[in-house]
Ligand binder design. Structure first.
Ligand SMILES: [Zn+2]
Ligand SMILES: [Zn+2]
Length: 323
């Protein structure tokens, strides 16, 4: 979900809602599988955006739709299925307009300010880059801050930096944004072992610091895992997702408040910085005819092949198109 929608989830969890809970008539597009409009208080509300679909909690087939309407309102439309009566040929379902999310103007309460307070300026830059604020992003920010502090105690931080990361989580965006070490400039090397381990090296001297995340005890862990699993399986209701967002917010808050050295173990190391590649020359693969960096070609029985062809991953020349 985008950053604005996350605000909506926070509002749902905090029950900043006008509960309506009335039957409504909905114009539903079967092809697009989304509501087009609904009528409420003698007015037709045109749906301009579907923010998300969720499982309902009244029966197992129920679905709820979080929608934005033309006038800027956000509503939850709930499609409830009930047992069909034998006499009736009508569809055994009906729509309920469940609630409207109160707007910012309606909620000029202090906690809106409190939420914004979470974001210090450096973090704001990282959040803008990444798209949202999440626990892994905070871990990445703190890893960078701690590494810079430790290295600057040992050496002047001039010259380039190289980062070796052992996961592929949101933390990498924080590190790329703050350190300027990116995948593109090859000063960020990623080995996805699924570990929050980061080595920051001064490329001139090879002096570095290796950080490993310490185990953190979150007391919400069972609930967090349960909600995460539900969301993963597509079985979460809108309240579940909103609750999950609030748990994420809590974790962000907690991670921001933890001292850096309570978050990571650090070891000072020296190692030869990994090489950055400067070759840009391209040559054709003898099999698929794609242009490939020369350094990535493999020689198989006298033929130069790209790695995909050499490992037989490309089965036919039409496989490369994606839809
Ligand atoms: Zn993230
Ligand atoms: Zn090839």
């Amino acid at each position: 979900m985008s950053i604005k929608n996350v605000e909506i989830l926070r509002s749902i969890d905090k029950k900043e809602l006008e509960f309506i809970q009335r039957s409504v008539k909905v114009d539903y597009d079967n092809r697009l599988q989304r509501p087009l409009s609904f009528s409420h208080q003698n007015r037709e509300h045109k749906v301009t955006e579907l923010l998300g679909t969720f499982k309902g909690d009244l029966s197992s087939r129920d679905i709820s739709y979080l929608v934005k309407t033309q006038d800027g309102g956000t509503y939850l439309l709930y499609l409830h299925f009930h047992d069909p009566s034998p006499q009736s040929f009508l569809c055994p379902c009906h729509w309920i307009l469940d609630f409207r999310v109160l707007s910012d103007e309606e909620m000029m309460f202090f906690f809106k300010e409190e939420r914004k307070m979470l974001v210090n300026m450096q973090l704001k830059r990282v959040v803008d880059f990444h798209g949202h604020l999440c626990p892994d992003l905070v871990i990445g920010c703190k890893a960078h801050e701690l590494a810079m502090e430790r290295l600057s105690q040992k050496e002047k931080l001039d010259g380039g930096l190289i980062v070796i990361a052992e996961n592929k989580t949101s933390a990498l965006d924080a590190i790329q944004c703050l350190s300027g070490c990116t995948l593109g400039n090859q000063r960020l090397k990623v080995h996805d072992f699924g570990k929050h381990k980061y080595t920051f090296l001064i490329s001139r001297t090879g002096l570095g610091v290796k950080l490993s995340l310490k185990e953190q005890s979150f007391k919400d862990k069972p609930e967090y895992l349960e909600l995460e699993e539900k969301a993963e399986k597509g079985e979460a209701t809108v309240e579940d997702i909103a609750r999950f967002q609030s748990l994420l917010d809590e974790r962000v808050k907690l991670l921001l408040s933890i001292r850096h050295d309570a978050l990571f173990d650090t070891v000072i190391t020296t190692r030869k910085p990994p090489r950055t590649e400067t070759f840009t020359d391209l040559a054709q693969c003898d099999r698929c005819r794609d242009l490939v960096l020369k350094s990535r070609l493999v020689n198989i029985k006298g033929f130069s092949m790209c790695r995909q062809c050499s490992s037989g991953l490309i089965l036919s020349s039409t496989d490369g198109t994606c839809h």
